[in-house]
Design a protein around this ligand. Structure first.
Ligand code: NAP
Length: 252
């Protein structure tokens, strides 16, 4: 029932983890995909090869999402190759520990620049394209940290809370133009980002205690919600934060 045949999807940070799962699932649904990576070209190439084996086209582009020139070049490249962008997934992100009172301005800026400014830069470049096409969908990958905060990750929590507020603002601003903006808010997911914590049996047990489902999520479980939001089944959902967290946070 869900099909993305004929749709062009741009996914930031598609080389690993959640972004790679989104790219794979969307191409299985028939989409043509373009994904960005920052440093890990080999992983991006692996994702593209896997997608190509499934019979779909996947373009990979190096881009630092926090740099406006990279973002402009990325959007131009996708348009040169595929001629349109129907769905934008702002997924690229970083999660680095930082104790308040000792956090440097550079630490704060790095997290806000990648997670929040990157989301703004890509949205700002892609929305004019969607306006010309008379529609589109934007899906931002937020976090439970942006809903309930996260000790020792205040910059990350602020960036993700900012993404949720940005989603709501754009949701209302762009719905009259048939550009639908929502976000998915994951809880703990097994990826490289969380491996340092989740590899440790004691810490993993503590994490699971906070999740009513009693387990950590998988990248595919986040990708499933993104696929739903990208599809026509969700066309009347606007400015929402869809929780995919096993019950750890129960407000959107
Ligand atoms: P991940 O495995 O660490 O992958 C991060 C991705 O973002 C990679 O593709 C990476 O590219 C890219 N990236 C990082 N910095 C970038 C930059 N400056 N410019 C462009 N791309 C950059 O992370 P993940 O767990 O899949 O996380 C994906 C998203 O989900 C993030 O926004 C994260 O905050 C959010 N999230 C994750 C969890 C979780 O438990 N994992 C929970 C809640 C929310 P390279 O491969 O080139 O480094």
């Amino acid at each position: 029932m869900i099909t993305l045949v004929g749709k062009v999807v741009l996914i930031t940070g598609g080389s690993r983890g959640i972004g790679a799962a989104i790219a794979s699932m969307m191409s299985e649904a028939g989409a043509t995909t373009a994904l960005t990576y920052n440093a890990d070209k080999a992983s991006a190439q692996r994702v593209a090869r896997r997608i190509a084996r499934g019979g779909s086209e996947c373009l990979i582009i190096q881009a630092d999402v926090s740099k406006a020139a990279d973002v402009r070049r990325t959007v131009r490249t996708v348009l040169d190759h595929f001629g349109r962008i129907d769905i934008l997934v702002n997924n690229a992100g970083i999660w680095k520990r930082g104790r308040i009172g000792r956090m440097t301005e550079a630490q704060w800026d790095e997290t806000l620049d990648v997670n929040l400014k990157g989301t703004f830069l890509f949205s700002n470049q892609v929305i004019p394209v969607m306006r010309k096409q008379r529609g589109g969908k934007i899906i931002n990958i937020a976090s439970t940290a942006g809903q309930r905060g996260e000790p020792f990750y205040s910059h990350y929590a602020a960036s993700k809370g900012g993404m949720i507020a940005f989603t709501k603002a754009l949701g209302a601003e762009l719905a009259p133009e048939n550009i639908i903006v929502n976000c998915v808010s994951p809880g703990w997911v097994y990826t490289d980002m969380t491996a340092r914590v989740l590899r440790d049996a004691k810490q993993r047990k503590e994490v699971k205690k906070l999740i009513p489902r009693g387990r950590v999520g998988s990248p595919d479980e986040i990708a499933g919600a993104v696929l739903f939001l990208a599809s026509d089944l969700s066309n009347h959902i606007v400015g929402a934060a869809i929780n995919v967290n096993g019950g750890s946070v129960l407000f959107g």
